[in-house]
Unconditional design. Structure first.
Length: 333
């Protein structure tokens, strides 16, 4: 059972996608092991940043947490409710407390609906189902309040998505996610499609909304600077598993897992003197294919610190230092 101050608890989450058929002669079904045993918790009011290379399973993890994909295995406990065991009706009710902001503001909004209707839609759906008590007037008032709160004029409520810029569209998506007053927001690379100057505005908006409404975020990004700025804690993902998880400042100051060290060494530092002197870690080999499970460490083929034990046994997340967990035998007793 999760602690009282824990809002989301994910245990051994797995998302395996079947590929192809079983073959002409009934061969074994093959799978893409997109997420293969992920564990983390998020406390109320904090931001857990999830970072890693493209294709490592970050977005799939968020969709499995939201039950947009029904997980192959594991548990997702949100505010004391085990989401993986809920039927469709109860899951709709539980989703009121968990909303998502998607990566592409161009694809995540219905082009045939006005901005006001897009923001109002979740409230209207839940009102029809009797899950929120709101009149049409109250819904209209909240739409205007939300638009103003995210930096859009309420007079834009009758405009369509194509009449807005990318940053404005993302603000509409954020307002829609706030409509049902959720505790948890799953943010799937919400600034990666935006210009750098607009990214800063949207990140500051997320921070302001968190302070104002007591929101909790699972914030996904591949940009290390974005994750460092927005996150309370950071989880580093590699090939469907969590390699390391720690407080943001601690992880950037002292990364423990070899993959995290390589990842951070690739990020540029704005100080020319430090940038010139620091040592880059160049990984050799290719990222293994996610269509095979391995008995050992998933990073074995590319790790310059590997041991014989790493090939035969998969390291689990363990606390190497207070509040700093790492899946690496270098730090296990």
């Amino acid at each position: 059972m999760a602690e009282k101050d824990t809002l989301l608890e994910v245990k051994d989450l797995k998302m395996h996608f079947p590929i192809g058929g079983k073959g002409l002669f009934g061969g074994k079904q093959q799978y893409i092991y997109a997420v293969d045993g992920v564990n983390f918790t998020i406390k109320k009011g904090e931001t857990l940043g999830l970072v890693g290379e493209s294709g490592c399973g970050k977005s799939t993890t968020a969709r499995a947490v939201a039950q947009l994909y029904r997980p192959t295995g594991g548990s997702v406990n949100l505010a004391g409710k085990e989401l993986t065991r809920l039927n469709a009706k109860d899951l709709i009710a539980a989703r009121k407390n968990m909303q998502m902001v998607f990566q592409d503001p161009y694809a995540s909004l219905n082009p045939r609906m006005t901005s006001g209707d897009i923001i109002a839609e979740p409230m209207k759906i839940y009102a029809r189902k009797g899950l929120v008590a709101m009149t049409h007037k109250e819904i209209d008032e909240r739409v205007e309040q939300l638009m103003e709160r995210v930096g859009l004029s309420r007079f834009f409520r009758n405009r369509y998505p194509h009449e807005f810029s990318g940053g404005q569209r993302q603000r509409i998506g954020i307002a829609r996610a706030l409509a049902l007053r959720p505790e948890l927001m799953l943010c799937d690379e919400p600034v990666s499609a935006l210009d750098v100057s607009i990214q800063a505005q949207i990140l500051n908006l997320f921070k302001d909304l968190q302070d104002e409404f007591g929101l909790t975020y699972l914030f996904i990004a591949h940009d290390l600077a974005v994750i460092q700025y927005i996150s309370t804690r950071v989880a580093v993902m590699y090939l469907g598993i969590i390699a390391e998880i720690s407080g943001s400042a601690d992880l950037y100051k002292k990364p423990l897992h070899p993959y995290t060290q390589a990842l951070l060494s690739a990020a540029p530092i704005p100080d020319p003197a430090i940038e010139k002197e620091r040592k880059r870690i160049i990984l050799t080999g290719d990222v293994p294919s996610p269509d095979k499970q391995r008995p050992g460490c998933y990073f074995y083929d590319r790790c310059w610190k590997r041991m014989d034990k790493c090939k035969a046994e998969r390291p689990q997340l363990k606390e190497a230092e207070p509040g700093h967990e790492v899946a690496c035998f270098l730090y296990h007793d």
